[in-house]
Design a protein around this ligand. Structure first.
Ligand code: ADP
Length: 452
């Protein structure tokens, strides 16, 4: 037991985002903020201005799944109906050619449209493409680099909307991309459509990213379109945020070495769904190598990505007295049979620490945005000097990890209260938008449908 405790303490000390002093937390928040300000270059587009009736389609390509959507917009730009179909992306397509990937997507859209509408009408398409893009217009932009395990060669620099348009034409579809957005922007558009106090959107799924509405006078290099109110949506690409204040452990370094995009997306690799299970596996593997807690199971724990994040969540959320679910997962997924209860408790603890650190980092990112907007209760906006009372603030939030893992949500909320204080935290609402990234893209396609 003493050995177990020592290993846990060592890992906890190395891994957990410690309860930093208020001063240290402040320093981190300021560092995050500086980094955000450096990133104020990539602009997106206006939230929906609600004036197009008709049927619109959207494709949402983000990470592990893609979605096809049909959205019917009625008078006053009310969403009358919405249909969404999810499909996993075959692993081989994430490493093949752009043409193969987009042919697959075009075919899925074609089948979906035939089932839904039957007739071949000209349609506007919203394309949610959640990888870093250099946006050149509302409906065009070139890929900067792949993230989230995608590794299609010769795609960087290509106009993604044009490539999809070509695939749509090859499949005989009378459809054109009229809005190219990333998932944060789609989610913000839908969030704003529902609630005008929505000022930011955060994705915590396979990957993580955020965007927010910035006053145009704070934008250093203005590339995008203005909103009706003179604001601009800034796509932060915060997954690529890095700061020397982030406690990077040897597990983070090992994880980075295993990925296709080494040295990129450091923040994302500490927070999002593709990676959390793997961080925990790396910790467990080291424990197996350096102690006898898993008997001779080091080999079983040596295979990368065998512990997925949904499994990590199931381990953390096992509330049975004998941790029977943990036992099952260790046996069936990691080939470690017959673990004693104290070892299972240790595994739960590791999964808890990895989860808690991720949720706290995501919360720090959200507070960074609130601070940037002068909505963190400190009374001084970072780009202006005016004192202000905290107003009601809504952050649209979406993603399989956030939506599927209640403990993650709990830790994130807890950290927001800890950093902001109870009173200010009460003014902040995190609002889940179901399939918002795709629906928002369809709404933006509607707004820009004259480009069809
Ligand atoms: P994307 O749209 O980028 O494919 P999603 O928003 O669908 O991503 O989220 C998928 C990710 O969410 C997966 O990587 C998975 O690890 C994580 N996830 C899904 N369900 C759960 C769950 N119940 N608990 C923890 N993580 C989950």
């Amino acid at each position: 037991a003493a050995g177990c405790a020592a290993v846990t303490c060592a890992i906890a000390a190395a891994l957990v985002a410690r309860r930093a002093s208020a001063r240290a937390r402040w320093r981190r928040a300021v560092a995050l903020l500086r980094e955000f300000e450096d990133g104020l270059r990539h602009a997106a587009r206006a939230p929906c201005d609600r004036n197009e009736e008709g049927i619109y389609y959207a494709i949402d390509l983000g990470g592990t799944n893609f979605r096809v959507l049909r959205v019917e917009v009625g008078a006053g730009s009310v969403v009358i109906s919405r249909k969404v179909e999810h499909e996993p992306i075959p692993e081989e397509l994430t490493k093949g050619t752009l043409e193969e990937l987009f042919n697959f997507i075009a075919l899925a859209l074609k089948n979906f449209m035939e089932r839904e509408d039957g007739k071949d009408e000209r349609r506007a398409l919203g394309f949610t493409f959640s990888f870093p893009v250099r946006q050149t217009s509302v409906s065009s932009g070139s890929l900067i680099r792949w993230t989230k395990g995608f590794a299609i060669e010769d795609a960087a620099g290509k106009d993604i909307a044009q490539c999809l348009n070509e695939a749509l034409a090859r499949s005989g579809l009378n459809v054109r991309v009229t809005a190219l957005v990333n998932d944060t922007v789609g989610t913000l558009a839908l969030g704003h459509y529902h609630d005008e106090d929505t000022v930011a959107a955060v994705i915590i799924g396979a990957g993580t990213n955020a965007c927010y509405i910035e006053r145009t006078d704070a934008i250093i290099k203005c590339q995008g379109l203005l909103t009706n109110s003179g604001g601009m949506v800034v796509n932060m690409e915060w997954g690529n945020f890095w700061s020397s204040h982030l406690p990077r452990t040897l597990y983070d370094i090992s994880l980075d070495d295993e990925t296709q995009n080494r040295n990129d997306q450091g923040f994302e690799k500490m927070i999002s769904g593709i990676y959390l299970g793997e961080i925990a596996r790396l910790v467990l593997h080291r424990m197996a190598l350096e102690s006898d807690v898993f008997s001779d199971a080091a080999d079983s724990l040596s295979v990368p990505f065998t512990l997925s994040t949904p499994l990590l969540a199931a381990i953390r959320e096992d509330d049975s007295p004998d941790l029977s679910e943990v036992k099952r997962i260790l046996q069936e997924h990691l080939r470690i049979p017959g673990t004693p209860l104290k070892t299972r408790r240790l595994v739960v603890k590791v999964c808890d620490i990895v989860t808690r650190r991720a949720a706290r980092l995501a919360a720090a990112g959200i507070v960074g945005i609130l601070k940037k907007l002068g909505r963190d209760g400190s009374g001084v906006a970072s780009t202006g000097r005016t004192r202000s009372q905290p107003r009601r603030t809504v952050v649209a939030i979406e993603g399989g990890l956030y939506q599927g893992y209640p403990v993650f949500r709990e830790y994130l909320d807890e950290a927001l209260v800890e950093i902001l204080g109870e009173e200010v935290a009460q003014t902040v609402t995190l609002r889940v938008t179901e399939d918002g990234s795709g629906t928002g893209a369809a709404l933006l396609a509607a707004v820009h449908s004259s480009n069809r």
